[in-house]
Design a protein around this ligand. Sequence first.
Ligand SMILES: CC(C)(COP(=O)(O)OP(=O)(O)OC[C@H]1O[C@@H](n2cnc3c(N)ncnc32)[C@H](O)[C@@H]1OP(=O)(O)O)[C@@H](O)C(=O)NCCC(=O)NCCS
Length: 163
Amino acid sequence: MLREYTLEDFAAVHSFASDPEIAEYVDWGPNTEDDTRSFLEACVISQEAVPRTDFTLTITPTDEAPVGSVGLTVDEHHHGHLGYVVGTRYWGKGYATEAAASLLSYGQEVLKLPRIEATCRPTNLASARVLEKIGMTLEGLRPHDRLIRGTWEDSLVFATVSQ
Ligand SMILES: CC(C)(COP(=O)(O)OP(=O)(O)OC[C@H]1O[C@@H](n2cnc3c(N)ncnc32)[C@H](O)[C@@H]1OP(=O)(O)O)[C@@H](O)C(=O)NCCC(=O)NCCS
């Protein structure tokens, strides 16, 4: 299930977002409590924006607390940017793939975005595999794309384009 975040999701989100293991390949985290609070507040505010440009949703196995996040943001060129994180205890169960595929089709079919992009570090094999499984095309390598804890890291660039 994908649903909107609420401020009540703090404990579940903080339990995965404060884990150093999930922060290895991303330019945020591990979260402090203030980071998690700010993240949830930004999610709730973005839900009311018109037009809405940030669709960050929580991944919840039915009737259970959040196990991860998936997000699609829309930039000024009407291009979408897809990202996701899943708590380490839940890796390898297909959650990121199913969540990313759903939001990708929402971006294509409902928002009609001409281009949706996702990047991952070349050593983040699990993330690259997710993007491959949801049918995105590997376009190439963008050198020194992300500053991650003081080091400029390269990104693999995946995308889907619609006519
Ligand atoms: C990347 C991430 C979201 C994947 O979540 P997940 O729910 O475990 O993903 P899925 O189960 O849907 O799919 C993972 C795929 O990667 C594969 N995989 C995992 N580790 C791998 C590795 N070291 N080498 C190759 N493939 C690997 C899995 O086998 C699976 O592929 P398969 O279905 O063909 O077997 C999760 O590892 C994560 O949150 N990492 C930290 C945050 C992050 O890196 N986010 C992405 C930033 S670009």
